[in-house]
Ligand binder design. Structure first.
Ligand code: GUN
Length: 333
């Protein structure tokens, strides 16, 4: 079998054109969606990723504010900047590129971003909504993977999905998205990680195998079920250039569909980030249970609430034309 290549660049281009149209609509209504990106330190990969995000904003007609901070900046100075951005009405989305320097408490920084401006969907409020099946914005990489599956016609309902990698950026939110009772989800989901016993026994069950480990070619041909769809989130810099977490040449002979690296998941991450900014900028997209609402009933999810609404609320697709979106979130194996 030779797998169909899932063209992330083309699907991301579709999403980006949708985002461009949505942005133009908002501009007509007097709102120019804007994203503030914060980059701390000199990590070369993070510089490349953030540059791509900033460029992508301009390409769809959004505003972008670039904050580049020295690696030695005090944590409090970063918290002060986030406070200022939270209070600035022209800023709709805030993104703090990860990883942060060692001396900073990453979770404290993510908690400081207003959930209403949380372009990454990393704030505990948004993570909680995601788990409850009521996302406002979802983390961009898993949301992009869901769009790749949906737009490639890969059935997720009832599918065995095995995710390798349990990071907060990819693995955990990916599972939360695909387990929901709705279109583009409804999967049976397993998360594997560094302590999983007999990884291959799990991966061989996967109708959809999602590799987000952060290790070059960790998934080999014999680990893949014949006919599976394989999604490779890895972006590993090696002597042979950029490679994924999957041994592509071997996998494409076993799988029915596979994402390449580059040109698979990467372009989708930026597209979905832009989609999130549009959502945050659009007053009509505000959640019913907003954390700022005076009369907050927490959305619609009291005990016994019906979770079977059949809606696909995974957000519009959006996209980018390269893979400069960030590593595969394989930092927490
Ligand atoms: N580092 C790696 N991936 C991401 C991402 O999606 N968002 C942010 N903010 N940092 C990252």
């Amino acid at each position: 079998m030779t797998a169909t290549i899932i063209d992330g660049k083309a699907i991301a281009a579709q999403v980006r054109s949708e985002v461009r149209a949505d942005t133009a609509d908002l501009v007509q209504r007097g709102i120019t969606p804007g994203l503030a990106t914060v980059l701390v330190g000199d990590d070369p990969a993070s510089h490349v990723y953030v540059r791509s995000k900033r460029k992508a904003c301009a390409e769809v007609g959004m505003e972008a504010w670039d904050h580049d901070l020295d690696a030695s900046i005090a944590e409090q100075a970063l918290l002060d900047l986030i406070d200022d951005l939270n209070a600035d009405p022209s800023v709709h989305g805030i993104l703090v590129q990860l990883p942060l320097p060692e001396h900073m408490d990453e979770q404290k920084i993510l908690d400081a971003v207003s959930p209403l401006k949380d372009a990454d969907g990393f704030h505990p409020y948004n993570m909680g909504r995601l788990l409850a099946g009521e996302p406002v914005v979802a983390p961009a990489t898993p949301a992009g993977i869901q769009q790749l599956l949906v737009r490639s016609g890969i059935e997720t309902a009832g599918a065995e999905v095995v995710i390798v990698g349990r990071s907060n950026i990819v693995g955990k939110p990916m599972a939360a998205l695909l387990v929901q009772k709705r279109q583009g989800a409804d999967a049976t989901v397993t998360i594997c990680h560094s302590r999983t016993k007999d990884l291959q026994a799990h991966t061989l069950r996967a109708d959809i195998l999602i590799a987000a480990i952060g290790r070059a070619h960790a998934i080999t041909g014999p680990m893949i079920k014949p006919g599976a769809a394989v999604i490779d989130v890895g972006i590993n810099r090696t002597d042979e250039g950029l490679v994924g977490d999957v041994d592509f040449d071997a996998a494409k002979e076993v799988a029915s569909a596979i994402t390449p690296v580059p040109g698979g998941v990467g372009p989708m991450t930026i597209a979905m980030l832009l989609a999130n900014v549009v959502t945050l900028a659009d007053p009509s997209a505000a959640p019913s249970g907003s954390p700022d609402a005076a009369d907050d009933n927490g959305g619609n999810s009291g005990p016994g609430s019906d979770d079977d609404d059949g809606d696909d609320n995974s957000g519009p697709g959006s996209n980018d034309d390269d893979d400069n979106s960030g590593p595969g979130g394989g930092d927490d194996d």
